[in-house]
Ligand binder design. Structure first.
Ligand code: 13P
Length: 227
């Protein structure tokens, strides 16, 4: 059984479309575990037989933090997972120290964090360079965090939304490195996955996929979760 997570990012534009997307996926019969991560506002309004995840969370529980959403708030809306440290959040300022605090807040609220690594990686870097960057990121992000409670998603930033996925061999090698070196139980791959290439990733020692663009196309995601 693989874990397939749909990161809807800032999509779709309307609640109606979001509900339609979730409804279409409800028909899927799958042996995989599927998680949908819509924007915060849609979370309580999505009817899905699958589990829900948020795309982020804040590390404080309450207080003067304008615009933030806490783990305990998310928990009240049946959120089981939280994507943390996505490249698109690191790009606008999330630091490894903040990501570390967010991981701790998720775990304290019994929300399973899906920690994204791969920011700063350039296409063409060899496996060794990639492993060094990943190792540096994980050492900071996982400081004083129980790794058995964290899922890691390897998303080389150049592969995100580019239509150019990493090779399944490279993704597998990186996943094995992360599992062994950091005692992580599950490592996902993300970056330009689609119904055509998903099968190859899922045939490898990769525990699942973190899907962006293809997760908001009902037909495509349906195919991917029922592989
Ligand atoms: P794409 O699947 O659109 O490349 O996005 C991957 C991603 O960022 C998932 O979190």
């Amino acid at each position: 059984m693989k874990l397939i997570v749909g990161n809807w990012k800032l999509n779709p534009k309307t609640l109606k479309e979001a509900q339609k997307l979730a409804l279409a996926l409800n028909k899927a019969k799958t042996k995989n575990k599927v998680v949908l991560c819509p924007p915060y506002l849609y979370l309580p309004l999505i009817k899905s037989k699958f589990e829900l995840g948020s795309q982020d969370l804040f590390w404080q529980e309450q207080g003067a933090y304008t615009g933030q959403v806490s783990g305990s708030m998310l928990k009240q809306f049946k959120v089981k997972y939280a994507i943390i440290g996505h490249s698109e959040k690191r790009e606008v300022g999330d630091t490894d120290q903040e990501i570390n605090l967010k991981l701790k807040a998720a775990i304290a609220n019994k929300i399973i964090p899906i920690l994204c690594v791969g920011f700063g990686i350039e296409s063409g870097e060899d496996d060794e360079e990639v492993m060094i960057r990943i190792q540096n990121q994980l050492e900071l992000d996982l400081k004083d965090v129980d790794p058995s409670k964290v899922i890691v998603a390897y998303e080389p930033v150049w592969a995100i939304g580019s239509g150019k996925a990493a090779s399944a061999e490279h993704a597998e090698k990186t996943a094995m490195f992360i599992r062994m070196k950091f005692h992580i139980k599950k490592v996902l791959y993300g970056g330009s996955t689609n119904p055509t290439n998903a099968k190859e990733f899922l045939s490898k020692q990769i525990d699942g996929l973190l899907v962006g663009g293809s997760s908001i196309k009902a037909d495509d995601f349906y195919k991917m979760i029922t592989l």
